[in-house]
Ligand binder design. Structure first.
Ligand SMILES: [Ca+2]
Length: 97
């Protein structure tokens, strides 16, 4: 039986591969694959964005080597950033006394 943490890692790998495999290089997310991922998997975040350029800017910021693709490391920076934001929100909402 995998642990909860192991299942999380497997899930991240599986979801990355599912979107990366849609077109072109199946080890990276193209802009189109990134948008599909964001609008499907993180719809709660994207639908609250009033600024239509926000995903474009996120992609540019995440694409550290500026090759127009997000590799798994760059994808993890996105997930890590969102996780930290969620964590900070929870900590602010429910301060530990
Ligand atoms: Ca890249």
């Amino acid at each position: 039986m995998p642990t909860e943490t192991e299942r999380c890692i497997e899930s991240l790998l599986a979801v990355f591969q599912r979107y990366a495999g849609r077109e072109g290089d199946n080890c990276t997310l193209s802009k189109k694959e990134f948008l599909a991922f964001m609008n499907t998997e993180l719809a709660a975040f994207t639908k609250n964005q009033k600024d239509p350029g926000v995903l474009d800017r996120m992609m540019k910021k995440l694409d550290l080597n500026s090759d127009g693709q997000l590799d798994f490391q760059e994808f993890l920076n996105l997930i890590g950033g969102i996780a930290v934001a969620c964590h900070d929100t929870l900590v602010v909402k429910a301060p530990v006394h």
